[in-house]
Design a protein around this ligand. Structure first.
Ligand code: ADP
Ligand code: ZN
Length: 618
């Protein structure tokens, strides 16, 4: 086929106003910080490199210019599932969007290509491997292109977890399409990756737009593990009953068990890990996206490409390996900007296990050193007694001047105590027993237990035997956990959790320096949810009219099922809530609701007005 013949010059001029597009198409009131600047830059033909946290509103940064500028915007996105969702959501808004990827057959692909050539598309999503095919590039040269958007741009970084070699080829766009503005977007924070993106994508002249990393609507909470299953159930029951959430576990086994535990308690909880067959995995992911109130229990295999906006909580039953992983995983909560919880329990065994995995792993010394530093930072966050958000943001090079008021350490400041003597006893006990024993045994020695193992090994005669009766076994556990977390003790990489002294512990052992330890807060049935006074209230807490809420949800669900899209593609929870709250009486009142644009007003306005009337009559 001769593409040149098909191509028609589109007379569309860019006389549209970005603000107007935002109101009319997306139904939103105002741009978020930076969005307006980024959009102006692109509309005026400039390049941009955008760093914004998950949920910050990156998509709008290219979707609005795509509608304002003449031609088709090409969006390069590595995740096919995400691509399909985005296109479905755009179509709902009345935007002409399509995708090109490996899931389509020849005819579908040809139809899409034709639509591109005849200028019928506002946006075309394309997988990177598809884009760099000579055939596709040739096609693009004959079409009218408004801009290139490179999503998940950190995939170009060879150091990241998500490296994709196809992304390296994308620098060709700069040379082959010098007049087409390009925007690269990522949520990955660090400076090195940012530089790499700019260099490898030939975006060295692009303006950088870096927004803060804070996710103020996420409440961070980390507690010592006592009875993980019970803690999880209590947390969900007290704070997120009926909400959609993700529970992360390290092993497949634990995923299955936890999913079963939650199911037995009446929750819709579905497992997700690499050991499930592809069909089950796809089905569980699909239900998570489409149904209300589903909890997915998963290994880290789950999450890439999930941009469900209304995930209300992310719970970790195991410690992530780094703050990057923690931030990425917890970041899947609350993309819609509504209050959400990042909840985690962790204990000494987690610390020991991760340290051992790391030391026992393949990889050269440099690699291990980097990994060790990452784990240290993660543990630092767990043990910190000041604001957790400040620690997190500082790690990513961002500063928060004041404590946030929306993390557990701000809401319930943990007490500290002078641990100098206890620490000396603990370290000395490790030394006296030959650095061959795990924490349970060490605590038994400290507390003067008369169990058989001790008697057999003759440790009732060491000088540290029975010198620690002033603390409970749990208190000692907390002491040891903090010593391991802070690198004064390490777990023997060869085996069985035996604790050994590190070089770093010497001044402590000698009693030369002071040390403050964290007093683990007493776990209450429903911990943490204090009234923070920050005015962040969960949607669920604000709903006084439960039947009304359920009726609107049902209305949304049936529309979603009819269309074969997830409910949030019809309306987000926040929009639904506003409808319930404001009870619009007419289409024009409905148009005032945030998230109701022209297309959705026309398609769903009447249906929801009818649902409201029925509620009134009921
Ligand atoms: P990101 O890709 O950065 O993770 P999204 O583009 O998915 O974030 O946006 C997150 C959510 O915020 C979406 O539900 C989106 O509709 C909403 N959003 C984005 N910009 C605005 C805005 N200006 N006003 C209201 N909601 C917005
Ligand atoms: Zn805080």
């Amino acid at each position: 086929m001769d593409f040149a013949q098909l191509s028609t010059e589109r007379p569309r001029v860019s006389d549209q106003d970005p603000e107007e597009v935002l109101h009319r198409v997306f139904g939103y009131e105002t741009f978020r910080p930076l969005q307006g600047d980024i959009i102006r830059e692109l509309v005026n033909g400039g390049d941009a490199l955008v760093l914004m946290p998950t949920g910050g509103g990156k998509s709008l940064c290219y979707q609005v210019p795509a509608l304002v500028r003449a031609g088709t915007a090409i969006v390069i996105s590595p995740l096919i599932a995400l691509m399909q969702d985005q296109v479905a959501a755009l179509k709902e808004l009345g935007v002409k969007a399509a995708f090109l990827n490996s899931t389509m057959d020849f005819e579908q692909a040809r139809d899409t290509e034709n639509a591109l050539m005849t200028g019928e598309l506002d946006l075309l999503y394309c997988a990177p491997e598809r884009l760099i095919q000579p055939r596709t590039l040739d096609l693009l040269h004959h079409a009218s292109i408004s801009l290139f958007a490179i999503d998940e741009a950190h995939c170009v970084s060879q150091w990241g977890h998500d490296f994709r070699s196809d992304y390296l080829e994308l620098s060709r766009l700069a040379h082959e399409f010098p007049d087409v503005p390009r925007i690269a977007l990522t949520a990955t924070a660090d400076e090195r990756t940012r530089k790499e993106i700019a260099e490898r994508l030939s975006l060295t002249d692009a303006r950088h737009f870096i927004s803060g990393f804070d996710r103020p609507n996420i409440q961070y909470r980390i507690s010592p593990k006592t009875n993980a299953n019970k803690q999880l159930l209590d947390f969900i029951k007290a704070e997120h009953d009926g909400d959609c959430g993700i529970v992360y576990c390290l092993s497949r086994n634990k995923v299955d068990n936890t999913a079963k535990l939650l199911s037995d308690k009446g929750y819709t909880a579905l497992p997700y890990h690499a050991g499930l067959n592809a069909i089950d995995r796809a089905r569980h992911q699909e239900r998570f996206l489409r149904e209300d109130g589903v909890i997915i229990v998963a290994t880290i295999a789950f999450g890439m490409g999930i941009d469900k906006p209304d995930v209300r909580f992310v719970a970790h039953l195991d410690l992530p390996k780094s703050l990057e992983a923690y931030y990425q995983e917890t970041g899947r909560a609350g993309r819609d900007g509504k209050p959400s919880t990042a909840w985690m329990v962790y204990g000494l065994q987690d610390v020991i296990k991760l340290r051992q995995m790391l030391e026992g792993s393949m990889g050269n010394d440099h690699f291990k050193r980097v990994e060790r530093q990452k784990l240290d930072a993660m543990l630092g966050l767990c043990e910190v007694t000041s604001c957790r958000r400040q620690v997190l943001l500082r790690y990513f090079g961002d500063t928060l001047e004041q404590p946030c008021g929306n993390c557990d350490t701000c809401l319930n400041p943990p007490e500290t105590w002078d641990g100098k003597v206890a620490v000396q006893k603990a370290l000395s006990c490790v030394f006296r027993t030959g650095q061959r024993f795990g924490v349970t045994y060490l605590i038994d020695v400290l507390r003067g237990s008369e169990n058989e193992r001790i008697l057999q090994s003759g440790h009732q005669t060491v000088s540290t035997y029975g010198i620690g009766t002033e603390l409970s076994a749990n208190d000692w556990k907390s002491v040891f956990r903090q010593l391991v977390a802070n690198g004064y003790l390490r777990a023997d990489p060869e085996g069985y959790g035996a604790l050994q002294l590190t070089e770093q512990c010497r001044p402590l052992l000698k009693g030369e320096v002071a040390i403050q330890l964290r007093k683990d807060p007493v776990v209450k049935a429903s911990s943490g949810r204090g009234s923070s006074g920050s005015g962040r209230r969960r949607i669920a807490d604000q709903i006084t009219d439960k039947p009304g809420w359920e009726a609107l949800r049902a209305c949304r669900k049936s529309l979603a099922d009819e269309k074969g899209v997830p409910p949030y593609v019809i309306f987000h929870d926040a929009t639904l809530f506003e409808i319930l709250d404001k009870k619009p009486n007419s289409l024009s009142e409905m148009a005032e609701i945030n998230g109701v644009g022209a297309a959705k007003l026309e398609k769903y306005g009447e249906t929801f007005l009818a649902a409201l009337r029925e509620l009134d009559g009921a």
